[in-house]
Each structure stands twice: as structure tokens, then as C-alpha cells.
Design a protein around this ligand. Structure first.
Ligand code: 5GP
Ligand code: MN
Length: 338
């Protein structure tokens, strides 16, 4: 099934569809998944959405999110449900990731599942595991690729305000509210269409950005005051957070989202890093300006990847060792950072 006509033919009769997105989904991951789920339900398919972990509270208002099968550290029931959903699916949609390592424990289950696999994504260097791909690194978000795919399938008439809202949420956040350099006429055109379909820009922005918990604001204040370090010769800013600090600040899933951008907002900083200790591993976020590729940096040294200017990775070393490893790498990037 390499062609759009084949996918279209498959979707011409009711199918059992399972949608999965990456570990610790952000608004693009969850919004694109719920938007696609809404469209497929409207066109007569049976749909399940699976996330390999919990997702942030600030996304719990997204239409359809209460039906998500979210894997949990505390109970094995969602994993059993998800496994069944994959094993019995005619089609598995993989959204906002293109390397199976991004779905952690579900990778093997999805790889071995008998259904057709469709990947919709905008991350660099995809792995060839799917039967059909809607993939573009030029696209700022997976949500807009879902919108384009629905158009190509001739399904626009089945979109509604709830679907448009989910997709708009993904597009808005992955463009940094239309501020990042991935914002082009194409993103604005899709945003315009989604608004025409009923997405409310100020409402979506409010529900995602203006719902800080006190603990999240205190985390930001603490991290900037105590742990932000600038390395002027490398135009680099770093924030680290230990497990003890995360515990002390009562940090919840999603609270660290966007924190790395404060480093990048400093004048003359071209590379910003956030490292925090999740216990099982150190999670790292990278952001850059211009030609410096954090995708390359994350891929080469921190088992990660992403986009040229926004990437993530992880490390099994301690926080101190991970930081030392990073600082030891900086001299070799001095020219490309200046
Ligand atoms: P964030 O820093 O916000 O977690 O992620 C930035 C970008 O890099 C996102 O597009 C995200 O999907 C991607 N990313 C984050 N962590 C990883 C990772 O561990 N591996 C890969 N391949 N991509 C990641
Ligand atoms: Mn995305």
C-alpha cells in the first residue's frame, strides 16, 4: 500500500483503526491523533487512540482525550487494552513520530501487528516501518499533515469544529504560536482553514498557555533563578533539574514543556539545553537558532533526534555526567555556534 488511492480504497469501507503517538505526547502529537480519530469516526470507522505514557493535564480538554488509552506506570490494564487494539487493527496510524523507539514498550507490538501501517510525521530521518507515509520535514506540524491527508482523501466535508480545534492546537504549539522559522504561508493557510471550520484561536491559546499551575510557575522561577547557566563563548544556555528538585517543586507531566525556550530567548544565545532527571533516565531538550542542527547533536550523542532547531534525547548517565559529556562536546562545535 504505497499509494494514496490504495489508502483511500481501504478507507472506503468501515475499518478498525488504532492511532498511536509518541511517548509523553505534546499538543501536536495528541491534537493530530484526536483530530484524525474524529475524522475517521465521522466516516464510519471504529477508532482507538493509544499513548505510550500519560499526557499533560493542559491537554485534557482536547475533544476526545477522555477516550485515549494512556499507558500508565501504575497499572497494566491500559497496556492490555492497547495490545489488543494493535493486534486487531486493520490499520495502525503512527502520528508525530517516525522512529519506533519513540513509542518505547509499544515498538515491538506495533512492528509485529498484522494491520497496515500509516505514518504521518515531520521529523528528520524516518525509519522504514510503514506501508504508507505522509511525511514532510517542511511541515511545521503533524496536525497540518493530517489536515492535508484528509483533503487528499477527499474527506474535508467530514471535518467539524472539534476536529479543527484538535488540529489547530497542534499547529499552534509546533510553530511556537506562529513565531518559529517553520511558520510559512502554508502553515498560515491551514490555520485559516481550521479557523473557518470552527477552531477558536484565542480560546485554544488560553486553554493551552494560560492554565499554569502554581507549581509550574514556581518551577520556571526556580530553574531560571538558580539553575540557568550561560556559556558565552559557545553562545549556549543550560538548565538542569535534579530528581530532588523535581520532587521538591512537585513537577507534573508537562510542567517542563517550554522551559528550554527561556534559554534561547537570551540575547546572543544560539543553543539552549534543558536536562532533567526522570529517574529511569536523563531527558534532554535542545533548541537552536539558524544553521546549528540540534537534530545532529541529539542523534549523534544523546540517542535522540527531532528537527534541525528543536530536538530531544536521553542519557543513562547521571545528571552530572550527562552535563559533563555535553560540556566536553561544546569545543568541537565552537565555530558553528559563533
Ligand atoms: P522536546 O524537547 O519538546 O521534548 O522535543 C523537541 C522535538 O524533538 C520534538 O519534535 C520531539 O518529538 C523530538 N524529540 C524529543 N525527544 C526525542 C527523542 O528522545 N528522540 C527523538 N528521535 N526525538 C525526540
Ligand atoms: Mn510535531
Amino acid at each position: 500500500m504505497e499509494k494514496l488511492v490504495e489508502l483511500k480504497a481501504l478507507l472506503a469501507s468501515p475499518q478498525k483503526v488504532t492511532i498511536v503517538t509518541h511517548f509523553k505526547p505534546d499538543a501536536d502529537a495528541l491534537g493530530s491523533s484526536l483530530g484524525l480519530a474524529g475524522f475517521l469516526k465521522n466516516t464510519g470507522h471504529r477508532v482507538s487512540v493509544v499513548t505510550p505514557s500519560d499526557f499533560p493535564d493542559f491537554l485534557a480538554w482536547l475533544p476526545g482525550s477522555h477516550e485515549v488509552i494512556a499507558l500508565s506506570k501504575h497499572t497494566s490494564e491500559p497496556l492490555q487494552k492497547a495490545t489488543l487494539a494493535f493486534q486487531t487493527a486493520d490499520i495502525i496510524f503512527c502520528l508525530d513520530f517516525s522512529n519506533l523507539s519513540r513509542i518505547n514498550d509499544l515498538a515491538d507490538i506495533v512492528r509485529k501487528a498484522p494491520g497496515k501501517k500509516v505514518m504521518v510525521d515531520h521529523h528528520l530521518e524516518p525509519e522504514p516501518f510503514s506501508d504508507f507515509q505522509k511525511w514532510s520535514v517542511q511541515a511545521a506540524s503533524t496536525a497540518q499533515l493530517v489536515f492535508e491527508l484528509i483533503n487528499e482523501l477527499g474527506g474535508k466535508a467530514h471535518l467539524d469544529a472539534a476536529i479543527a480545534t484538535c488540529l489547530y492546537a497542534g499547529l499552534m504549539t509546533d510553530t511556537g504560536s506562529f513565531r518559529h522559522n517553520n511558520t510559512t504561508a502554508r502553515e498560515m493557510a491551514v490555520a485559516s482553514e481550521l479557523i473557518s471550520l470552527g477552531a477558536n484561536p484565542s480560546e485554544v491559546a488560553r486553554l493551552i498557555y494560560d492554565v499554569n499551575s502554581l507549581s509550574r510557575l514556581k518551577l520556571i522561577g526556580y530553574a531560571l533563578y538558580k539553575n540557568l547557566v550561560v556559556y558565552p563563548e559557545y553562545h549556549t544556555a543550560c538548565i538542569t533539574l535534579s530528581q530532588e528538585e523535581l520532587k521538591m517543586l512537585n513537577v507534573q507531566t508537562g510542567d517542563t514543556e517550554g522551559l528550554v525556550n527561556y534559554g534561547l530567548s537570551l540575547k546572543d544565545v544560539r543553543l539552549a539545553v534543558l536536562m532533567y532527571d526522570r529517574g529511569e533516565e536523563i531527558k534532554i531538550s535542545f533548541r537552536s537558532l539558524g544553521d546549528f542542527s540540534v537534530n545532529d547533536l541529539a542523534r549523534k550523542h544523546f540517542e535522540g533526534g527531532g528537527h534541525k532547531n528543536a530536538a530531544g534525547g536521553s542519557s543513562k548517565l547521571t545528571l552530572e555526567q550527562t552535563m559533563k559529556k555535553f560540556l566536553d562536546l561544546l569545543p568541537q562545535y565552537k565555530t558553528s555556534l559563533s
